[in-house]
Every structure is written in C-alpha cells, then in structure tokens.
Ligand binder design. Structure first.
Ligand SMILES: [Cu+2]
Length: 473
C-alpha cells in the first residue's frame, strides 16, 4: 500500500466518522423534536390495543357490603368510557371504574374470587391491608401472575379500620392507569372512632395520559416513563373528568381520598369550605386538625371531614405552585340546617396510647442505613447523544420545591424503561446490594433508615417523588 492510498483511507474514515457524527446529531435532534416517533419504533414489538370495539360502557361503582365469612366474585374486564368527549378503552372491576366499594366491618375475613378477563396479566394487591403474605398479590413474589382467562382466590382479613384499596401488582402502569382500582371501606368496631357525619364519599384522585382522544401508547413488553412515572393530562375524580356531587345544605361529609395516579402528587382542597384532616393510610390520626389543603402522594389516602353549612357551588381543586386544576364540583342545595359540627378538633387519646410502645424508638439511633438508588443503563450516553442537558429539559425548574408537580424532564423520562432503569437497595456502609428480610420479635427489630439518593449524575438533579412500600408489617 502506498502512502497516498493510506491517506485516502484515513480521509475516507474521517468522512465516515463525520457522517456518523452528523447522523447521531440529526437523529438526536429528530428524536428530541419527535418524542412520539421514538415510541412508535417500539410499537412494532407489541402495543396494547386501544380499540374501543363493542366493549360495554363502564358503570359507576356500587357499594357492596360484605360480612365476615362472605365470598365475593370480582372480575376484571375491558370496558369503554367517555373521557373528555371521546370513548376510550379502559379496564374495570365488575364493570365499574372505580371498582365496587367493598364495605366491611373491622376484623372481617372474606374471600375474593378474582377472574382476569382483561388483556394483561394481573393480581389483586390489597394496598395497606395487613393480609397474609401469600395473598398480597405481588406477581412473581407472593404468587404467579393471573393470566387472562385465569382466576385466583384471595383470603383477606381486615384488622384495621379506615380506607384501603385494591389494584393489580403487575403492569399497574397500564392496568391501574386504565381504571383497575377500587376501595375497601372498613367500618370501625369502636362506636365513636369517627365523628358523626351525614354522608361518606370515597374519591379516587387520578390523572390519565391521552393523545388525540385515545390512551397514549403502551407497549406490551416494555414499561415506559420509568424514571419519573407517567404524568397524565386529564384530571379525574372517580374516573370522571367532570365529577359532580349533589348534597344538601347542613350536611357533614366525610371524604375518603385515595391517590390512584402513578406519580402525580395532589394538593387537594375545597375553597370556602372548612376542612378537617381526621385520618390517613392507617385510619384515624392521633390529633385532628383544620387544614386548607391536603397533600396526597401516589397511593396515599387521606380522610377529611367537611361541613357544608352554606348553600351554593363548591369546587374540588388541585393547586400546585404554578397551576390550579378543577377536579370536580359539589352542589349544595338550600335546606334548613339542623345539624352542627363539633368545632374542636378531636384528640384521640386511645390511639395516642396504643402507639406508646413505639415512641421510645423515635429517638433511638438508626442501626443501619439503606440507600435506594437507581442504575441508568445507557441513559447517560443517550443524553450526550441528544445534545446536552439543557435541550433535554432535565434541569429542574422547581428550585427548592421538593415535589415534582409535572413532568419536568419529559425527554429523559420518555427514554426511560424497565430495561434501562433498575432500582436497587444498597447498604450505606458496605456499599453492597442487598435484599432485606426482617424476622424476629419487636425488641430485636433494628431501626433502619431508607434514604433515596439523588441520582449521581450532576446533569440530572431531579426531585421526583418515588413511592416506597414496606410489606408484611
Ligand atoms: Cu398499592
């Protein structure tokens, strides 16, 4: 080979490299400008159909009262529902979204015979209910997934009073988003556990991501938006974008709120009405308090009481530092006011006493720290290819705000899947990855601190909220 040829090759290589870089640059800009196109590439691997077909219309939930020892059949199936004037394919329990409100007395044990008639594997996870591990409904951990056409029976017991909920624990990004959620309302055995009210209402707060009047793309095999979760663009109460409640003046209402959104935090309030926070995830609180609004993380519940002593229209709103969403309306019809509402928030001494055995642990030093952190396989290279951080929209514009109210890292989020984002628990001291199983009696229980570490990439300073669940307690 002579020198000239060598020069030729190297200059050809230079051209090739330049073309390659140019290609990456153009592709990066293209993907940045057309995020949906990136998704449509994976559409070929199997998209969940969003065809409405002849599916029945979703019903509104009925209240099912169950007694100790009862069996109840709960089938999940495909339905359609009108959201913002468009018929959308959704999933329902016993034909309704939310699913039936299962009302039972504290201490009851029931059997739920679940049948999966949807297009996705499923389970029933009874969120917040202290059930036996084998009926906890976590696919591939406590049971095998219930495939379409299959059934599974859950033996459930309800030792605690309050509001709980059921939903699948496999592909809940798809199935729960499409309507698979329902409440268990557990009435306390103790008579004055709650204050006297005239009415109880269960409200599921949720958001749904739609695109051109259809549910936005879901891949059958890949979970997307795993970094920040799937933020919706339609706000819903009980799967209704125009939720209405009609009551009479003077009524005292206890609302049981559940956040069914997969990542959105709600800051709910009813302007011009006095609201009292009386309970949360585990029933009543030690001390009730007057509040202006209540903050609900994903999966969280809140129990509030409101007395509507004036007639008129009230709005249920969700207020963030930048935006106010109207979630629903409450019409209060004129009526003689015959009831009153105890104006002093209650102090629940019995509950305070019942927690006294835990109080010494509050000041006990932490025995071990566990870091909850994330591996982002290939995501960093991706961000370089996409032309830097600024254009990725990864900079957090909510300085000092610890809540990610909206999807502020849309591009990065759209690229993240269950394949390139892996969560792990790492021992803070040994830096080893671990799985923790706590055994033994309470005195021997170690005090653990679980801490979320900011992702160790200076370009990704995000303040996303992540859900952390402790099971089997
Ligand atoms: Cu849950």
């Amino acid at each position: 080979m002579n020198k000239e040829l060598l020069n030729k090759i190297s200059s050809m290589q230079k051209v090739l490299i330049a073309v390659f870089i140019a290609f990456l640059f153009v592709a990066g800009i293209y993907l940045y400008l057309n995020p949906q196109d990136k998704l449509s590439q994976s559409k070929q691997t199997g998209e969940f159909s969003n065809a409405v077909n002849n599916y029945p219309l979703a019903k509104t939930p009925e209240v099912v009262e169950l007694k100790n020892g009862d069996s109840y059949n709960l089938a999940a199936s495909i339905v359609k529902k009108n959201i913002k004037g468009q018929e959308i394919k959704m999933l329902a329990y016993n034909g309704s979204i939310p699913g039936p409100i299962i009302k039972l007395s504290q201490g009851a044990e029931i059997t739920v015979n679940f049948k999966n008639e949807t297009d996705v594997d499923s389970t029933i996870h009874s969120h917040g209910v202290r059930v036996d591990n084998k009926f906890d409904g976590v696919a591939d951990v406590t049971q095998k997934a219930v495939k379409p056409g299959e059934s599974f029976s859950y033996k459930l017991k309800f030792p605690d009073a309050g509001i709980f909920w059921y939903h699948p624990h496999i592909r809940e990004d798809y199935a729960q988003e499409l309507g698979m959620y329902g409440n268990y309302l557990v009435t306390p055995t103790q008579k004055d556990y709650w204050a006297e009210v005239d009415r109880e209402e269960t409200l599921f707060l949720d958001d749904l991501l739609t695109e051109n009047g259809k549910i936005a793309f879901f891949d059958r095999n890949i979970v997307n938006n795993t970094l920040m979760g799937r933020f919706g663009n339609v706000m819903l109460i009980n799967a209704d974008d125009k939720y209405r409640l009609s009551i009479k003046q003077g009524e005292r209402v206890r609302f049981y709120l559940t956040n069914a959104a997969n990542t959105r935090v709600f800051n709910a309030s009813i302007p011009n009405a006095q609201m009292r926070l009386v309970g949360g995830d585990n029933g009543k609180y030690e001390r009730e308090e007057w509040i202006d609004s209540v903050l609900l993380g994903p999966s969280e519940r809140a129990i509030v009481e409101v007395w509507f002593d004036k007639a008129g229209k009230y709005q249920i709103i969700h207020k963030t530092p930048d935006k106010t969403y109207t979630l629903g309306t409450i019409s209060v019809a004129k009526s003689p006011v015959t009831t009153s509402y105890l104006l002093t928030p209650r102090v629940n001494q019995d509950f305070i006493n019942s927690l006294s055995f835990l109080r010494p642990l509050f000041t006990k030093p932490v025995d071990q720290k566990l870091n909850i952190t994330v591996d982002m396989m290939g995501m960093n290279q991706g961000s370089m290819m996409m032309g830097g951080n600024q254009s990725m929209g990864m900079q957090d514009d909510n300085d000092g705000d610890k809540i990610e109210w909206e999807d502020n890292m849309q591009m990065m989020n759209a690229m993240s899947t269950n394949k390139n984002i892996k969560w792990k628990l790492v021992d803070d001291q040994t830096k080893k990855k671990r799985t923790w199983i706590l055994t033994g009696n309470l005195e021997k229980v170690k005090k653990l601190r679980f801490q979320f570490l900011t992702i160790r990439n200076p370009s990704i300073q995000c303040s996303t909220q992540y859900i952390f669940m402790a099971r089997g307690f």
